[in-house]
Every structure is written in structure tokens, then in C-alpha cells.
Ligand binder design. Structure first.
Ligand code: 5GP
Ligand code: MN
Length: 351
């Protein structure tokens, strides 16, 4: 097995092996380590936090997993999540952990505002802040930055870090399933253009631990409630709008729609990709009225259509070229639809 191949392919990344070794020394000497991710944590956020925490644990290093808010129930199976702390539920405890930490490892986000209500506590933490992330344009808030926007997931970068530590043969199954999950969810189950030979090499090493990949897929994707499945059906039949002239599809859900189907975090996961999957559609928008006055937006696109730029310029958002998010605060869902209708040629171009 040619590990050098992996190392060389990753040579463009900002963290080289010497830096990885320096990091390892600092981790060994730290008293209190906290690992965190962005708000509304997804598979890559939870997977990278728990993958790193589990690996450190296997090496006798304790690190506390902390999240701004709860993650969806289909990610609760991940080993170690039972000790995770949530700022939204226990701000005093979490703020204490952030204040007392020597090293605060920030995963899968490029700026403090991505942690929502935890932002101030994160900024005020005296800990050394390390950022490991794959979003473009990381803000300057870290003491160490391991950033590779070309990489499909933060979990792939966590694997590279473990590789840099020389621990590749010592990854245990608890660590492997977490890293596998983040790669799986952030690459649409290994299908997006961000998937490379390196990604599959990483997966090969994870599977070699004996981890049960079929169970990871099953637990993450095949545990949907009737409410969730019916919400998806309702969204596709009643709340989908398509503009064929620009290859755009949009799904909008009002608060009343969510309440009707007893919405739980994570229930709308995957909807925007279903819209993108329509024949002739090159870009999709999912709009969710999260509370009155704020509409959370998800964008997906194919090819060169840069939805990150659209989200950043118009919706105080960001993300990646083909997957981005933002917030609309200037009006109702109807106002938003009117805005999209009006701007669609400028934003998405005519086919
Ligand atoms: P999703 O649509 O799955 O929530 O997010 C897609 C991508 O856009 C993710 O990479 C996520 O980090 C990013 N993203 C989602 N919402 C926001 C936002 O409000 N601000 C920024 N900067 N990025 C976002
Ligand atoms: Mn990610």
C-alpha cells in the first residue's frame, strides 16, 4: 500500500508532517482540550469532532466534544456522542469549558459566527484555537489553520492529520465510523466531484479497521420517521417551483408546514438534493421559515454555477461552489420567491 502517494497528493494542504508532529506534542502537553464544530451540526461536523475525540481517547488524551446546538437524531449512534455538551442547552457549562481550555479545536467552519449563540464565548476563550476546515476564505481567528477548500469533507482532513501523526495503522473502529460518516454525508455518498483517488484511499484504510460500513449507511439514512417521509412528499408535491428557463428549482416550507409534520432537526435533510435531481435542473434552493422573520436557505448547483457567491452576496451566507447556505431576513417566503423570480437570470444565467 503506497502511503507516500497519499502524502504527496496532500502536499498542497497547509499542514505538512512537521507541523502535524508539533501539534501532537502540544496535544500531549495540554491539560484541557475542547473540540467543536458549527451550529446545526451535520454528518461532517459530528463525524470530525467525534472522530478526532475518539482517536485522541485511544491514545490516552482526553478531549471534550462540544456543539453549539443539538444534531439530528440519525447521528446519535456515533460512538462518544453521549458525553457531548450543547451550548444551547447548557451555556454555563459549555462557556466554562471554553474558558478553561488550553486548546480549542474548531472543525468544519471558517468563522466564529458559524457557531451561532456560542460565538462570543468562542471568541473570548483564551485557548489556542486550531481550525481544520474545508470552506473557502477562512477568517483570521485561529492560531493554527489546516484549510483545504478543495477537500470534500473535514473528516478527510482529520484522517490526513492522523496520517501526519503516523497513526494510520492504529485507527480504531470507533474513530473509523465517525470519519467515514462525515466523508459519506459531505460527498453525497461518495458521488460529488470533490471525491478523489485520495478519498477512496482514505475509505480503504477506514474499512481495513473492520468497521461496518453497511451499518453506518443504514443508521444514518434508513431511520426516517413517517412524519419526515411525508414532509418530503408534501414538499415535492405542494411546495416545489421550477423555472425551466434557468434550470432552477425551489422548495419553500413555511413554519405551519413544518408544524403539521411535527418537524425535528434533520427532517428536511436531502430535500434540496431531490430538487437538484430533477431533469434539466442545474441549481436548487431550499427555503425554510425557521422562525418568523428569518428564512434559512440551502443552495445546491452543478458545474460552474457558484451558489456560494450568490449566498454570500445576497443572503449573508457562504459555503462551497456547489453547496452553500444563508439567511433571508427581508420579508416573507412570498417576497423571497418574488426576489428569486426577478433575479434568476442574473444569478443562474439562462440555459
Ligand atoms: P446546508 O445547505 O447543508 O445547510 O449547507 C451547505 C453548505 O453551506 C455547508 O458547507 C455549510 O457550511 C454552508 N452554510 C450553510 N449555511 C450557511 C450560513 O448561514 N453561512 C455560511 N457562511 N455558510 C453556510
Ligand atoms: Mn463539511
Amino acid at each position: 500500500m503506497d502511503l507516500n502517494g497519499i502524502i504527496q497528493e496532500r502536499a498542497s494542504a497547509t499542514m505538512i508532517s512537521e507541523e502535524a508532529s508539533a501539534c501532537w506534542l502540544e496535544l500531549q502537553n495540554a491539560d484541557r482540550i475542547v473540540v467543536t464544530a458549527h451550529r446545526s451540526p451535520d454528518g461532517d461536523a459530528v463525524g470530525s469532532v467525534m472522530g478526532l475525540v475518539n482517536h485522541l481517547k485511544s491514545k490516552g488524551i482526553h478531549a471534550s466534544p462540544v456543539f453549539p446546538d443539538r444534531f439530528p437524531s440519525n447521528l446519535k449512534w456515533m460512538p462518544g456522542t453521549e458525553v457531548a455538551q450543547f451550548h444551547e442547552e447548557n451555556p454555563t457549562k459549555v462557556e466554562g469549558l471554553l474558558q478553561d481550555a488550553d486548546i480549542l479545536i474548531c472543525l468544519d467552519f471558517n468563522g466564529p459566527s458559524r457557531t451561532g449563540g456560542m460565538e462570543q464565548a468562542l471568541r473570548e476563550s483564551p485557548a489556542k484555537k486550531w481550525v481544520i476546515d474545508h470552506h473557502q476564505n477562512p477568517e483570521e481567528f485561529s492560531d493554527r489553520l489546516f484549510s483545504d477548500p478543495a477537500c470534500g469533507s473535514t473528516c478527510e482532513l482529520i484522517f490526513d492529520l492522523i496520517l501526519g501523526w503516523g497513526h494510520i495503522e492504529e485507527i480504531n473502529q470507533d474513530t473509523a465510523v465517525c470519519i467515514y460518516t462525515g466523508i459519506m454525508t459531505d460527498t453525497g455518498s461518495f458521488r460529488f466531484p470533490s471525491v478523489t483517488v485520495h478519498t477512496h484511499e482514505v475509505l480503504m484504510h477506514l474499512l481495513a479497521t473492520g468497521m461496518n460500513h453497511a451499518s453506518v449507511h443504514e443508521q444514518t439514512f434508513d431511520q426516517q420517521s413517517i412524519d419526515q417521509v411525508q414532509l418530503h412528499g408534501f414538499a415535492m408535491s405542494e411546495r416545489l417551483k421550477v423555472w425551466p428557463d434557468v434550470g432552477l428549482a425551489m422548495i419553500s416550507l413555511a413554519q405551519a408546514d413544518l408544524e403539521r409534520f411535527h418537524y425535528q432537526p434533520g427532517d428536511t435533510e436531502g430535500l434540496v438534493n431531490r430538487a437538484l435531481g430533477l431533469a434539466g435542473v442545474r441549481a436548487a434552493i431550499f427555503a425554510k421559515e425557521s422562525h418568523v422573520g428569518a428564512i434559512k436557505l440551502s443552495f445546491r448547483s452543478v458545474g460552474a454555477i457558484d451558489v456560494r457567491a450568490i449566498a454570500a452576496a445576497n443572503f449573508d451566507g457562504g459555503g462551497h461552489t456547489n453547496a452553500a447556505g444563508g439567511i433571508y431576513r427581508a420579508g416573507t417566503l412570498d417576497d423571497l420567491e418574488a426576489l428569486v423570480e426577478e433575479q434568476r437570470r442574473d444569478w443562474f444565467g439562462v440555459i
